[in-house]
Ligand binder design. Structure first.
Ligand code: H2B
Length: 101
């Protein structure tokens, strides 16, 4: 299947409107998710891993500060943001997450 191409700045701005919990950071988008405890953080990582495998699109995931998860999305083989990143961001947002905030 053809890989989607890079989004331009205008398209990125439009997609950012659909994912208000995410912040653009250069060629990536990021979401910080504080959860209730370490087990909830790991549960979230596992749920994201399943979505990533289904999409064949894989985020960087950092668990830190005992209960927080930072998810960073970018399309490595395109060197920036594509529709795949925004699709996965929306799928992550649709998870039922036991967050603190
Ligand atoms: N994930 C991300 N984030 N970027 C990619 O370019 C990417 C990926 N490529 N997951 C996929 C796997 C590619 O290596 C396979 C062959 O589809």
């Amino acid at each position: 299947m053809a890989r989607p191409s890079l989004l331009d700045a205008e398209a990125i701005a439009a997609h950012m409107g659909d994912v208000p919990l995410w912040t653009q950071n250069g060629a990536t988008i990021e979401r910080e998710i504080p959860t209730s405890n370490f087990a909830a953080a790991i549960g979230l990582v596992n749920a994201v891993a399943i979505l990533a495998e289904q999409a064949d699109h894989h985020p960087d995931i950092l668990v830190y500060g005992w209960n927080k998860v930072r998810i960073t999305l970018s399309t490595h083989d395109q060197g920036g943001l594509t529709i795949l990143d925004f699709r996965l961001a929306k799928a992550i947002d649709a998870l039922s997450i036991n967050t603190l905030a």
